[in-house]
Design a protein around this ligand. Structure first.
Ligand code: AMP
Ligand code: MG
Length: 415
């Protein structure tokens, strides 16, 4: 039975669970998914502090200050960030404070230095606009016992900073999936055997490179099982090396050719097959099943089909294992630059270049769409999605596109 792409995504993701937690050093937690709520043990900031370089004062002492009628106050002391005031503020006095320095008892305002004569022993206040302002209360950012960073969050720069602020030197994060990648085909060699390619006898197993890189892109760890011949025994032996991995990805041998053994080998090893064909192009033959506890994704051998199916199903699978809550890439609305016809009622994923114009995003195809044309994948920044019921899409009509690269970048400063 052939499934739609939506059904296939559901079937593939249903048995996938987030992996257990491990503790990693704070800096290594960058990019990982937090497995537990992190509770703050402290209050931050730990003291009422100044948000300005200026003079801590009482609002009532300065409320009538102006440039024509300044108020002069005695300066009791100077407090830098990292120091503490040694005294409380008395009426008609000021304490000179720097940004971040504790505000002394009795003060409710910090007058910015720009509104004063910057005096050291006495100070002239020339504006009342800061009366009652510029004091950051203690505990404004973090309170003890409260969640500082919630579980399920992907740890980016800001989250890392908060974790550091609350002293989380070891961070509980979901384990990164270890992904075994195996390519099959008698015609394949690694790039180290390029002489055979030059002689015209072999082709490079580009899937070994594209899929391993895509695993890394999705945040998995690669266990490269290399290339295996189209021989069931060799296949069985090689798959044994995937033991202990969280996912097995194979490429090739899932079609109906005389030497397409992948399915038979997996079944002979006791795999439960959940899915075999998807109503999509490229990449219709796609195997998915569970080999005991390990999910197996059987990508087609054609380089573009392998990449597209991995993009659609493999990356969300890895993201789910990583504990990510948002696992699917968001599509964007684009308009077709040219007329597009599709030959079969399948969901098509066409390699395209999306550009942002003044009137919105436009997509043009990278050229011929054969599933062996990896250079057209290398030129694309998106996959244009043509639903099965849109046999003809006219130029200017709307479609959705799945960004491949960081299509969010621009050569011009866009703020
Ligand atoms: P298969 O799915 O094994 O029938 O292969 C389909 C097509 O993809 C054939 O033209 C293969 O030569 C090609 N192919 C299979 N595996 C790879 C690979 N790892 N790298 C590049 N091309 C491949
Ligand atoms: Mg093959």
């Amino acid at each position: 039975m052939a499934y739609t792409v939506q059904e296939a995504a559901e079937k593939i993701l249903a048995p996938i669970r987030s992996l257990g937690a491990e503790l990693v050093a704070l800096r290594s937690a960058h990019g990982r998914v937090l497995a537990e709520d992190i509770i703050s043990p402290i209050e931050h900031p730990p003291w009422d502090n100044s948000s300005m370089d200026g003079y801590a004062v009482r609002a009532s002492d300065v409320s009538r200050a102006s440039s024509s009628s300044p108020v002069r106050l005695r300066v009791l002391e100077t407090v830098a960030a990292g120091q503490r005031p040694t005294q409380s503020l008395e009426p008609n006095t000021a304490i000179r404070v720097m940004t971040g320095a504790p505000v002394p008892d009795g003060a409710d305002s910090v007058i910015r230095v720009e509104d004063t004569d910057a005096g050291e022993n006495t100070v002239e206040i020339r504006d009342a606009r800061d009366a009652g302002r510029n004091v950051r209360p203690r505990g404004e950012d973090l309170q003890p016992g409260r969640v500082a960073v919630p579980r399920g969050i992907t740890i980016g720069a800001a989250q890392l900073g908060v974790l550091a602020s609350v002293g989380c030197v070891e961070v509980p994060v979901h384990r990164r999936p270890r992904v075994a990648v195996l390519s099959s085909g008698d015609e394949l060699v690694g790039v180290d055997e390029f002489d055979a390619v030059r002689r015209g006898d072999r082709i490079v197993s580009s899937n070994s490179y594209t899929i391993c890189a895509s695993v890394l892109d999705a945040g998995g760890e690669v266990v490269d099982l290399g290339i295996v011949r189209d021989d069931p025994d060799a296949y069985v032996e090689r798959i044994a090396a995937a033991r202990g991995c969280d996912l097995l990805v194979t490429t090739g041998g899932v079609s109906v050719g005389a030497f397409d053994f992948t399915k038979d080998v997996l079944t002979s090893l006791g795999a439960e097959l959940h899915l075999w064909r998807i109503r999509m192009r490229p990449g219709a033959p796609l195997g998915f099943g569970m080999l005991h506890d390990m999910p197996w994704l059987g990508l087609p051998g054609n380089p573009v089909s392998a990449m597209v199916t991995f993009e659609l199903f493999g990356k969300p699978l890895i993201r789910k294992q990583r504990g990510e809550s948002l696992i699917f890439r968001r599509t964007i609305d684009v308009r077709a630059r040219e007329e597009i016809t599709i030959a079969a009622p399948l969901t098509h994923f066409l390699r395209a270049v999306v550009t942002w114009e003044n009137d919105g995003a436009w997509a043009r195809l990278t050229g011929p769409q054969g599933s062996g044309l990896l250079t057209s994948m290398a030129r694309a920044n998106a996959l244009l999605v043509v639903p099965p019921d849109r046999a003809v899409v006219k130029a200017g009509e709307c479609l959705r596109a799945l960004p491949l690269s960081d299509a969010g970048y621009s050569a011009t400063f866009d703020v």
